[in-house]
Ligand binder design. Structure first.
Ligand code: KG4
Length: 342
């Protein structure tokens, strides 16, 4: 069974092919960093236009690659289904992927499967396994989302907690900008933090001891921003701030994951989304699970940020377990909520 996955929810254009025997055959992703860098954040209209030009190019590239180099006798006509990200995301960007996917599927008379982007992330740590391991607690930390989700089984998810204001990835990018780093600053900030000294600044750990599993990062964002504007901008000082900021955020994330696993009496933890590419976060989570003898799943680096492999994999699982819907019209939902999504 071969599924083509299409991801265009935000600012990454990605196409992948997943095979039930070989696993992920190939993935191509094009980032739009250079386009949005000038504006210091994503411009939705530009993102959609860029998807429009890059999607066809990537699609052509992926098939040329597989036919000529992999020699697996793989042709376009062998696809069994197409899956695409139908939400949540930017409406213009989503529509590009959805229209492209539906047109292909209709012309080939194969099913077109709509995938919730969050579900794709939840499964991204298990792409190399034929069947994902349920139930688990997932911490999704990306540029647009910070959520703690109880994944009971494929298609049954309950959001236990979420950020009441800013998402972790967004705060990383914002503080990165305040420290003079170019967009997106998250990865660069974590690199800078490597040179920082631990505990030089004591930043708040918002809502760490609250009874609920929600998060709030906007107060911390303002606090760190004010410290940056009132302090000298030497490399060492900036690195110290980056380090203390990272520690404050990750302390909260680790504590809430622990709380969620104990509350739900589970022992499988999945960390996913762009910020899961952070090695310090990984080390802290490893320390936690070791202490309680829990299992930890982190996606490979290439599957942390937005990618089509997770969409193809989610499509494969839904197709295999008859959980896909045959819809005749093009469906997108920019605010598609994962709770009780079937
Ligand atoms: O999942 P993702 O690709 O898409 C969005 O929903 O935006 O996540 C991107 C986010 C960005 O905010 C980026 O700065 C952040 O993930 N990110 C990181 C790291 N790598 C990417 N944040 C912290 N440390 C990293 N190593």
């Amino acid at each position: 069974m071969k599924i083509l996955g299409i991801e265009t929810s935000c600012d990454d254009t990605s196409v992948a092919i997943y095979d039930d025997y070989f696993g992920l055959i190939k993935q191509y992703t094009v980032h739009q960093f250079q386009i949005h860098e000038y504006f210091g954040g994503i411009v939705p209209e530009l993102a959609a236009r860029f998807h429009l030009t890059s999607l066809v190019q990537i699609f052509r590239k992926i098939f040329k690659y597989d036919i000529s180099r992999k020699n697996r006798n793989f042709f376009f006509s062998q696809l069994d289904a197409i899956s695409y990200t139908a939400g949540p995301g930017l409406i213009g960007s989503l529509l590009v992927g959805a229209t492209f996917g539906h047109s292909l599927a209709d012309s080939m008379k194969i099913p077109c499967i709509m995938i919730n982007h969050i579900e794709g992330h939840l499964l991204s740590g298990m792409i190399n396994q034929k069947n994902p391991i349920f139930p688990f607690i997932a911490l999704l930390v990306s540029g647009g989302n910070t959520q703690l989700i109880y994944a009971k089984k494929l298609g049954e998810y309950i959001v236990l907690g979420k950020s009441l204001d800013d998402a972790v990835g967004h705060v990383f990018d914002y503080i990165g900008k305040c420290l003079g780093l170019s967009y997106p600053g998250g990865k660069k900030l974590s690199y800078l933090a490597r040179f920082g000294r631990s505990g030089r600044y004591l930043f708040p750990r918002p809502m760490i001891y609250s009874n609920c599993l929600n998060f709030s990062f906007s107060g911390l964002k303002t606090c760190v921003k004010n410290i940056i504007s009132n302090s000298n901008k030497t490399f060492q000082n900036k690195a110290d701030i980056a380090k203390s900021f990272e520690e404050a955020v990750f302390d909260v994330l680790v504590h809430k994951c622990k709380k969620a696993l104990i509350k739900m009496n589970l022992n499988n933890l999945v960390i996913c989304g762009g910020v899961s590419a952070n090695n310090v976060l990984k080390k802290k989570m490893l320390k936690l699970v070791k202490l309680y003898n829990w299992n930890l799943f982190f996606p490979e680096k290439q599957f942390c940020t937005d990618n089509a492999a997770m969409i193809a994999y989610a499509g494969y699982l839904r197709y295999k377990f008859f959980l896909h819907k045959n819809i005749s019209s093009i469906f997108v939902n920019p605010k598609w909520f994962i709770n009780n999504f079937k």
